[in-house]
Design a protein around this ligand. Structure first.
Ligand code: ADP
Ligand code: MG
Length: 507
């Protein structure tokens, strides 16, 4: 089937009071596609959706529907409908009337021939039969035709959300927008609804644009995923590409479990990390500093028997049965490696490790910020980078929140979260990392492994004992091998929670 573009966003940006929340968004969506906007809370997903719906106007750029600019067209004239997380249903109406509500108000032009033969056009309400037909069709799609006379208040959360979907599709929109529609449901209901939504998408044959911050949901449901961070698109691709070939460390750490290491290109299709040289399939210039990702399921392991020559080895420090496989944490020197295997090994086993060349994904190193994909928050609300505690502002994880005297994060609505042990992605602009001579003058100790003069400053890479790298811009020069310490101002630490904040909620 030929792909036909239904909607395109060209250079779309949105500012609120001088802050850019959607930055130069370029995307085309084909007719009938299931596209998902995926990213942490606050990255601009809803704002982008609202611009497509017509509920917000872009600050710049254009949005085209079937080739026509629709920026000036009001929401109710767009063939687009939205389902929100909080289903705004009418509690005093039954299922049928909730779905029929919009149709009963709707007027359509009808040609009427008067007695004198003159033909006039009049706006008339839809007939009962037409409304009936449309409502039943919509209820059939969401599998609620049996419940048409039930009061809304007697329905489960999942059923109510299906009513909301029926109401959104009853007008036969060309595009259905879904903004975290399953966010208010419990896990079991959410899984069931994911499958049902996929089926509805197939039955209806229309375009779905879906918003979620749940990577698993995005991977299972979508034809195309748009990964976003801070208003910018990080990567667009189908689920397999996004998972297997993340384009940067943020995408790799946001999606799935991953092992991410600093690496250097040491030859044509040869990359060095974990103190070892590996063959790879991605061509990067010689000596380029890069990052590599190896997915846990791609780590091949066997118990070392002493016959290995020049092979990577590590020691298993933990083992967890995950139902279909075991998950191991292996220490390779000072680096942690996560591996999955259906075979059982034991803690303290020394294993020999291999990766196939095609399973080593090489990513361009971000030279604007340092990204730490395996940071976490400790019990003192500090963020742990390279095993060292850094002060950070946790309220950035939830707009409008505060930290109470017991150290819990409290939302605007008064919900409490215990973030102890929460996994986060940390980003620090390289201009914000400060280096001082000697150890213990900062938060992390390390050694300078590279300095490059950049015209008006030095770019310095400090490697800690835990083999974590800090790239820093500095006006001062350091020599390779210098012992230094690194510190980062509290406000320069940008945090992204891995997974949903709701799992940290306490009663
Ligand atoms: P997401 O849906 O990805 O969680 P949003 O699109 O809702 O993110 O918000 C992106 C950013 O824009 C947030 O920082 C949010 O606070 C801000 N924002 C959203 N709507 C408004 C508004 N009407 N006025 C000011 N800021 C807004
Ligand atoms: Mg949102």
């Amino acid at each position: 089937m030929e792909d036909k573009v239904i909607i395109s966003l060209e250079g779309v940006s949105k500012e609120f009071g001088g802050t850019t929340v959607v930055d130069n968004f370029n995307l085309t969506i084909n007719k009938g596609e299931f596209v998902t906007f995926l990213g942490p809370s606050g990255c601009g997903k809803s704002t982008t959706l609202r611009m497509i719906a017509g509920l917000e106007t872009p600050s710049s750029g254009s949005i085209k529907l079937n080739g026509e600019d629709i920026v000036k067209i009001p929401p109710y004239k767009r063939p687009i409908n939205t389902v929100f997380q909080r289903y705004a249903l009418f509690p005093y109406l039954d299922v049928y009337d909730n779905v029929a509500f919009g149709l009963k108000l709707k007027k359509v032009p009808v040609q009427i021939t008067k007695k004198n033969g003159q033909v006039v056009t009049k706006m008339k309400h839809l007939s009962r039969e037409v409304i009936d037909q449309k409502v039943l069709k919509a209820l059939r799609v969401v599998d609620l035709e049996e419940l048409e006379n039930r009061d809304i208040s007697t329905l489960s959360g999942g059923q109510q959300q299906r009513v909301a979907i029926a109401r959104a599709i009853v007008n036969e929109p060309e595009i259905l927008l879904l903004d975290e529609p399953l966010g208010a449901l419990d896990l079991k209901m959410r899984k069931d609804m994911q499958i049902e939504l996929k089926e509805m998408h197939k039955k209806l044959g229309i375009t779905f644009i879906y918003v979620t911050h749940d990577q698993e949901e995005a991977l299972t449901m979508s034809d195309k995923i748009v990964v976003m961070k801070a208003g910018e698109i990080q990567q667009i691709g189908n689920p397999t590409d996004i998972y297997n070939e993340p384009q940067n460390a943020f995408v790799a750490s946001f999606i799935g479990e991953s092992n991410i290491y600093n690496a250097t290109m040491v030859g044509k299709l040869k990359v060095k990390f974990l103190n070892h040289t590996f063959d790879c399939v991605d061509d990067f210039p010689l000596n380029e500093k890069v990052e590599v990702v190896v997915r846990p399921e791609d780590v091949k392991m066997k118990v070392a028997d002493g016959s290995e020559v020049n092979e990577l080895s590590g020691k298993i420090v933990s083992k967890l049965f995950k139902g279909m496989h075991y998950q191991y944490v292996i220490m390779v020197g000072r680096n942690e490696l996560i591996a999955q295997n259906t075979r059982e090994f034991n803690v303290d086993d020394v294993v020999s490790l291999t990766f196939r060349a095609q399973d080593i994904q090489i990513m361009k190193k971000d030279l604007v910020s340092n990204i730490y994909g395996d940071a976490w928050i400790n019990k003192n609300n500090e963020v742990m980078i390279s095993e060292d505690p850094y002060e950070a502002n946790l309220t950035q994880l939830l707009p409008g929140s505060s930290v109470d005297e017991e150290g819990y994060l409290v939302s605007k609505e008064g919900k409490k979260y215990d973030l102890n042990d929460a996994d986060v992605i940390v980003e620090v602009p390289i201009t914000e990392v400060q280096i001082a001579d000697g150890h213990d003058n900062g938060q992390s100790n390390g050694v300078v492994i590279s300095t490059v003069y950049k015209g008006d400053h030095y770019q310095i890479i400090v490697r800690t004992e835990e083999e974590e790298d800090f790239i820093c811009d500095s006006p001062y020069t350091f020599n390779e091998g210098d012992l230094v310490s690194v510190s980062i101002p509290r406000e320069a630490i940008k945090l992204t929670l891995k997974g949903d904040i709701s799992k940290y909620e306490i009663a």
